[in-house]
Write a protein that binds this ligand. Structure first.
Ligand code: PLP
Length: 396
């Protein structure tokens, strides 16, 4: 049986070269970078180099890059750090309804415990926020705008440059969760007027448990993790040197491969999309097309099928995919992203996300296109609620 991994948006396998660069920092180069001897200075140098690698990938300065334990931590830091620093009673935050839970649940926390007020911008049917809605949302208490660069479920890329410009004109800090985008796109934080940006190594063929956070020089935010003086006194805890080395190596290699990898994935993505829409009756593509979609993302709805069941069927054929929403808790809530895009419960429950990456080949796409229509048809045939003639689930 084929083994086809199509969940690169959830996590990626480690690049063997990245692992090789990390290895010495698990073994002989174990010095604590805060110590004075030369073993420690080797660790410091490794961190400095990784910071240069990340900074140069983003057109940022090394002083603007901080290492964290994850993309989630960077998102928490951005939101909590700005709101707590602002000192504005009832500080106002603008974000969107389709953010990752690392942003959404942090915003909810700030509403509950920091007396913040939050505007959750709606999105259109393809998952795009409107600049007019954003303009209308600013108040004299707005201290932060946080809009994700590209969505992890449907791959829609937001008009980040325009959003950055609007925020800069108003003097409001702009944070973007670029955990997905930074693994797929060329990002210039200066050109896009980004003030803060979250990234994660394990979404770009690096190790799990390491993130990077860009903070524009001069921007003031409170610390999130308190303790020692690491990261220039802004993020405490003994550095995860191997992880940091992995983050630097991963982003550098990813950037170098982008000119070949981006068009390759885009072509595979579009072939998968066209193939599925042609061969599976009543299939719907979720998200935007072309340049406004991440090169590696596909997301479909097949009404009359439960997404979770479909995943198990596909798994039995060797295909690893996702519904797009992290239903790890076993919760039956449909994806908040698909609901915000105006999908029905049926459509949201019948969703399938397949995200491509370095290991994805033409043959694998052929295999999926040969397998998926059958699997969907079988499930629909078994459903007492599915009516093929109507192409719908009547009475629900
Ligand atoms: C994966 C992901 C995160 C979380 O990153 P971790 O490093 O796994 O904590 C945040 N935002 C988006 C958009 C993601 O895809």
């Amino acid at each position: 049986m084929q083994s086809v991994y199509l969940d690169y948006a959830a996590t990626t396998p480690m690049d063997p070269e990245v692992l090789e660069e990390m290895m010495p920092y698990f073994t002989e180069m174990f010095g604590n970078p805060s110590s004075v001897y030369s073993l420690a200075s080797r660790s410091r140098k490794a961190i400095d180099r990784a910071r240069e690698q990340v900074a140069s990938a983003l057109n940022a300065d090394v002083s603007e890059i901080f290492f964290t334990s994850s993309g989630t931590e960077a998102d928490n830091w951005a939101l909590k750090g700005i709101v707590e620093r602002s000192g504005v009673p009832g500080a106002h935050v603008i974000t969107t309804r389709i953010e990752h839970h690392a942003v959404l649940h942090t915003a909810e926390y700030l509403q509950k415990f920091e007396d913040a007020s939050v505007t959750y911008l709606p999105v259109d049917a393809e998952g795009r926020v409107s600049l007019e809605d954003l303009k209308a949302a600013f108040t004299d208490k707005t201290v932060l705008v946080s809009v994700m660069f590209a969505n992890n479920e449907v791959g829609t890329i937001q008009p980040i440059g325009e959003i950055g410009k609007l925020c800069r004109e108003r003097g409001v800090p702009f944070h973007t969760d670029a955990v997905q985008a930074a693994a797929q796109l060329d990002i210039d934080v200066k050109a896009l007027n980004i003030d803060m940006m979250s990234m994660s190594a394990h979404k770009m063929y690096g190790p799990k448990g390491t993130g990077a956070f860009f903070v524009r020089r001069g921007l003031k935010l409170e610390n999130l993790v308190h303790g020692g003086g690491q990261e220039k006194g802004r993020r405490a805890s003994t550095e995860n040197i191997a992880g940091i080395v992995g983050m630097g190596a991963a982003i550098e290699r990813m950037k170098a491969r982008l000119p070949q990898e981006r068009p390759r994935l885009t072509a595979l993505r579009d072939r998968l999309i066209e193939g599925v829409l042609k061969t599976v009756p009543h299939a719907k593509l979720n998200g935007a097309r072309g340049e406004e979609r991440l090169p590696n993302n596909t997301n479909f709805s097949f009404i009359g099928v439960e997404g979770e069941t479909l995943l198990l069927d596909l798994d039995s054929k060797g295909i690893s995919a996702s519904t797009g929403s992290a239903c790890s808790s076993g919760s039956l809530d449909p994806s908040h992203v698909l609901m915000a895009m105006g999908l029905s419960h049926e459509q949201a429950h019948g969703s399938l996300r397949m995200t491509l990456g370095r290991g994805t080949s033409d043959e694998q796409v052929d295999y999926v296109l040969a397998t998926l229509p059958e699997v969907v048809a079988k499930r629909r045939a078994m459903s007492p609620l599915w009516d093929e003639r109507l192409g719908s689930v009547p009475g629900r």
